[in-house]
Design a protein around this ligand. Sequence first.
Ligand code: H79
Length: 413
Amino acid sequence: MAHLDKAFREGRGQRADAKSSTRLDWWREARFGMFIHWGLYAIPAGVWQGEAIAGIGEWIMKRAEVPVAEYEQLAKQFNPVKFDAKAWVALAKAAGQKYMVITAKHHDGFCLFQSEQTDYNMADGTPFARDVIKELAEECQRQGIRFCFYYSQTQDWHHPNGWGNDWDFGARDFNNYLETYVKPQLTELLTNYGPIGLVWFDTPMIIEEEQSRALLEHCRLLQPDCIISGRLGNTLGDYASAGDNKIPDGAADWDWETPATINDTWGFKTNDHNWKSTEDLVHKLVDIVSKNGNYLLNVGPTAEGVIPQPSVDRLLAMGQWLDVNGEAVYGTQAGPIQGVPWCRSTEKGDTVYLHVFDWPSDGRLVLESVSAETARLLCAPASALSIEPYDGGLVIVGPKEAPDKIDTVVALT
Ligand code: H79
């Protein structure tokens, strides 16, 4: 597929035998997840020593080349007294998100979980002294959300043998880091927190095929049902990953996901106010699902442990739309109408869902090469719409005013 991003086609692909795997069934049904980027970078929140640092917030250590000894000091200040696992999980639930992926360890090397491998973690190295991964895992279990974690397997700017920090460290033994640090940490994460839905690896960079395979097999032995993201590297993941905030032009016939931000950063930044509208976010979700993908939408909580209100507002609004129209999203796949600007389509069984982004002013929806016996609006299911034949297709006659300003869903059977 020439129109798809090169990395998506080649580097972030799905392992050949994963396409037919039932391991992915819950994830294919889910379609919408919550990503959480949270760590020490929430404290500087995009500003280092009075200077605004451009780019994504969780990269501040690298962008400002902050020495390890200095950046480490942030741990002593990390005391998110407003952190409330129950509220975070309840938000995901109200948003209609079915899985949660949180940064157990991002590139800066700080761990949100209690680890025997390093004290540089939330439970042992901060005044907060709580294992937030444990609290979230338990709360997800309680509220019926699949709990998952992000783990930076290649980049670690805090570990002398990890990749990416060349301002503190020189020669490194990357394989030693994988064997004596990454694997034991994955053992902890896949042993101490109950069933894990998936592990979201990221930025494979220098990792070699044998090393990716070793991590895959390591995870499999610990939790055979756990899904492994495409960014494990070397096309060994269970599903493919589109680029950050990238949506392919057309439907793909493999399993894939777009990780995305609501504003422009993953980790919290005080200066990023560029919030996407609810309409844009719903359209992106539907666009992705209409192409067989999943949408993993990020929040970046503050250093106090609060999810920014603009994110909360938009997620709740998405949840309201999904309360009415979820039937046309969950468990669906790419529908028969593709490449038409004013609508998207999804399908499940013998129902085709037409998602109308731009409702025509005469209320007449003209569809070519489609046949249907009944048409109903998901937002007003009691009243059937009439269908007229038209030149090899059909016309659905609806009201002149858009029933749903964001996306009106018409179910065709
Ligand atoms: O976790 C989020 C990002 O931190 C991570 N992937 C998502 C899910 C990611 N890692 N690397 N990248 C994204 C690509 C990063 C590119 C950039 Fe930069 C970081 C552009 C600006 C800052 C690297 C450093 C390239 C220029 C400076």
